[in-house]
Ligand binder design. Structure first.
Ligand SMILES: NC(=O)c1ccc[n+]([C@@H]2O[C@H](COP(=O)([O-])OP(=O)(O)OC[C@H]3O[C@@H](n4cnc5c(N)ncnc54)[C@H](O)[C@@H]3O)[C@@H](O)[C@H]2O)c1
Length: 282
């Protein structure tokens, strides 16, 4: 993308973390924004910050896992702006670490609803308009956990692998249908956001609140290191340079390499490092 001025940019999950920083950075570049989040309070803070930058913004509070609401959001965006040039399906949620054997299927469905179906709905709802953009970009946020599987995170990993599969498939189709469109799959490593703090408590979790708080704090301190503003910068650089796959952070690049060189051996290697860090539990 060469010019951001007056482009229409859509960002879900814009109330916090990477989504918020993306919305602000795109506003700084002169885009008009349509943003959403399930949390109306944090969403209005982002709206206020965008208004202070001085560009147009509309906002909708809804749950991305609700198909009708996702399509209504697209309709409202098109009614207001008449099109969409950048769509970033960013909203996402984690689940507290729990093994498959213990996990309630409801938790699995909940995470898939947001992280996978939310991305599919967001993509489908905006795709007809994106295809009309002269130099549009569809950006779906996967994760480093869309590259390798990690114990305790089956639902999250599955949802993020699914986002990758969906996005990479669609990309090939769009080469034929809309070659001017860039389809980007983003794999962030550890970014210092509220993702761990906002994670859903697993239904069958039998750990105490204090134990969970301690584990989360340890995870945040050890793994969530890059500021979200830097992650947003890297994603926007990817849009500018039409990069179809964006890895964010040294940890993401290292894991990507590991999973490609040792596609099955990596499981034991990562298990050992989790054991060493003391953050593995059954
Ligand atoms: N932080 C990381 O280390 C990291 C790493 C890899 C991938 N990611 C992905 O990046 C994306 C952004 O996450 P973040 O790290 O900024 O976390 P965050 O928790 O700070 O922000 C996520 C935002 O999504 C919103 N959200 C959650 N569920 C929603 C729903 N059902 N409908 C609408 N909005 C909803 C939240 O309210 C929040 O504002 C997510 O898809 C996440 O999975 C994050």
């Amino acid at each position: 993308m060469t010019n951001y001025k007056d482009k229409i940019a859509v960002v879900t999950g814009a109330g916090s973390g990477i989504g918020k920083e993306l919305a602000l950075a795109l506003a700084q570049k002169g885009c008009r924004l349509s943003i959403s989040d399930i949390n109306s309070e944090t969403l209005s803070e982002t709206v206020k910050a965008i208004e202070e930058i001085g560009v147009e913004v509309i906002a909708k509070t809804f749950d991305v896992s609700q198909r009708k609401e996702a399509f209504a959001f697209a309709a409202e965006t098109i009614n207001r702006y008449g099109g969409a040039d950048i769509v970033i399906n960013n909203a996402g949620k984690a689940l507290d670490s729990i093994h498959v054997s213990k996990m309630d299927i409801e938790d699995f469905e909940y995470i898939m609803g947001i992280n996978f179906w939310g991305v599919v709905y967001g993509t489908k709802a905006f795709l007809p308009y994106l295809k009309r953009s002269k130099e549009g970009a569809l950006v779906n946020i996967s994760s480093v956990f869309g590259i390798y599987g990690i114990a305790g995170q089956s639902a999250y990993c599955t949802s993020k692998f699914a986002v990758r599969g969906f996005t990479e498939t669609l990309r090939m189709e769009l080469y034929v249908e809309a070659p001017q469109l860039t389809t980007i799959c983003v794999h962030p490593g550890g970014i210092k956001t509220n993702i761990a703090r906002n994670s859903k408590e697993a239904i069958n979790d039998d750990r105490s609140k204090d134990d969970n708080e301690l584990r989360m704090k340890e995870f945040e301190d050890k793994f969530l290191v890059m500021p979200p503003s830097r992650a947003a910068e890297i994603i926007i650089d990817g849009i500018t340079r039409k990069k179809e796959r964006v890895l964010i952070g040294r940890d993401a690049r290292r894991s990507d390499l590991l999973a490609r060189i040792w596609p099955s051996k990596y499981s034991r290697m990562i298990l050992r490092s989790l054991e060493k860090a003391g953050i593995l539990n059954e």
